[in-house]
Design a protein around this ligand. Structure first.
Ligand code: BGP
Length: 479
């Protein structure tokens, strides 16, 4: 089933775990600012302390070793390395990642490093709007080249920009977008940002290939397979349209160096297409991805949405309350498709459809179409956890989720799909991108609440012990 040398581990991102947001020379990222705002609006924790990983990393690497990890995916905080986004590096920030990588290597754990996970330095937002400006390409290049040169002798596997597809959908959570651009007239900017990211992705791929002997690089993409709501031809067509705009628009860039035609045509017809300068597409095509890393949580469902002249474009909704059914809406593109709830699937408390078969479906489909190795860099269940009086967290629901999804990865491998790693979300509990810290994903519990960081003690959950067994049996024992 799982091949020898398969990489087992888990995943985190810098601003969601590290804390120490203004320590040792680090300056604000846009996520520090966005999360201060969601603290005021929704009472969700800020990124200031998060899981306090900056001060707990040694303990956590020891816990990862105890679980038997052979890999760990984390991201580098750009504003820890370059507090102002460019210029001179911050020695203490640079040293932090050396220390982390060194601790991992000592523990026999291969680092999988993400260059960028939503946390653009705030200084660049103030200077020129961050990702809203083409200027970001130069500063990203400077940053990427620095980290690849600095860590490249110890880091072989790199992922570039986390979840471009999700940044397009949920742009205010993942990017700082000023109020005046939220009037519905500036949605083209979502795809413009994505275009700049495509260029940065290609530059990053070229850097890894040039500077890291045996280095491999690819994007980590937020990906959901999409089913039609019914077998009606118009729903099936809507499913294809959604597939083109939500998925192929990204994967065709990574592996064919082109914008998917159906998606591009739709965007052009609706004034949403990015402005492309001379030479951009050649540069994009030059950045070859060695693999595709996938962040899979849920499948999605699409249905036909005739253009009645009244329905307007709507972007993906979000559930902020953690009460099932509170999702604020579904992405709608009149005349193209509308996303909807799949009546055949149960969901998490935050309305994410639970679908292990979707994992197998996605892996088989992508491998058949692009024939490139695949990695799972995120997968997991966001849930409320309770720290019991016995000091334990009995998260059998998380074990069930992970078990069924790992089994699905195993079935895909048996069908001939080349999957090289499984790094679920998340190694430790962390700050959710949309729901504070009460929505937990970790194998390791972090004792804090949204209001009270307490001491951030790190505690093994039941899923920790279960995953340890899974890894020891190379995925053979999922009981
Ligand atoms: C992915 C992100 C992660 C992460 C996860 C869960 O989109 O790459 O950063 O947090 O989803 O999402 P959330 O935190 O919103 O529950």
């Amino acid at each position: 089933m799982f091949p020898k040398g398969f990489l087992w581990g888990a995943s985190t991102s810098a601003y969601q775990v590290e804390g120490a947001a203004f320590e040792d020379g680090k300056k604000a990222s846009q996520q520090d600012i966005i999360n201060q705002d969601s603290y005021r609006k929704f009472g969700f924790a800020t990124a200031e302390i998060a899981s306090d990983e900056y001060h707990h990393y040694k303990e956590d690497v020891a816990l990862m070793k105890e679980m038997g990890f052979s890999s760990y995916r984390f991201s580098i905080a750009w504003s820890r390395i370059f507090p102002d986004g460019n210029g001179e590096p911050n020695p203490k920030g640079v040293q932090y990642y050396h220390n982390l990588i060194h601790a991992l290597k000592q523990a026999g754990i291969e680092p999988i490093v993400t260059m960028y996970h939503y946390d653009c330095p705030w200084a660049l937002v103030e200077k020129y709007g961050g990702w809203l400006s083409r200027q970001i390409i130069d500063d990203f290049t400077h940053y990427a080249e620095f980290i690849v040169r600095e860590y490249g002798s110890e880091v072989r596997i790199w992922t570039t920009i986390n979840e471009q597809s999700i940044i397009v959908q949920y742009w205010t959570q993942k990017c700082y977008i000023p109020e005046e651009l939220l009037d519905g007239k500036h949605n083209q900017l979502r795809y413009q940002i994505n275009h700049y990211m495509n260029i940065c992705h290609a530059i990053a791929c070229n850097l890894v290939h040039k500077l890291v002997p045996n280095g491999i690089v690819g994007s980590a993409l937020g990906y959901s397979c999409i089913y039609p709501l019914t077998g009606k031809p118009e729903d099936c067509m809507a499913m294809q349209n959604a597939q083109a705009l939500r998925n192929d628009y990204y994967t065709d860039i990574y592996f064919k160096g082109i914008y998917n035609k159906a998606a591009k045509t739709y965007l052009e017809q609706h004034g949403l297409a990015p402005v492309i300068e001379d030479g951009d597409m050649d540069l994009i095509a030059s950045g070859k991805s060695d693999f595709l890393a996938l962040n899979y949580y849920a499948s999605e469902c699409a249905k036909a949405c005739p253009d009645d002249g009244k329905t307007v474009i709507q972007w993906s909704g979000v559930n902020r309350s953690g009460k099932k059914g509170d999702i604020s809406g579904f992405e709608t593109h009149p005349g193209f498709y509308q996303m909807c709830r799949n009546p055949n699937l149960d969901t998490t408390d935050w309305d994410w459809a639970i679908d292990p078969i979707g994992m197998e479906y996605m892996l088989r489909d992508l491998y058949n179409r692009y024939n490139k190795p695949l990695m799972i860099t995120e997968n997991g269940l966001g849930a409320y956890d309770t720290l019991n009086d016995d000091g334990r967290v009995h998260d059998s629901y998380r074990i069930d989720y992970l078990r069924s999804h790992i089994a699905a990865v195993g079935r895909a491998i048996d069908q001939g799909v080349k999957v090289i790693s499984y790094n679920p979300w998340s190694a430790v509990d962390l700050l959710s991108t949309s729901n504070g810290v009460k929505k937990r994903y970790g194998l390791i519990y972090v004792d804090r609440t949204d209001n009270d960081p307490k001491n951030c003690a790190h505690i093994r959950k039941d899923s920790f012990y279960w995953y340890k067994k899974v890894i020891a049996s190379n995925g053979g024992d999922l009981d």
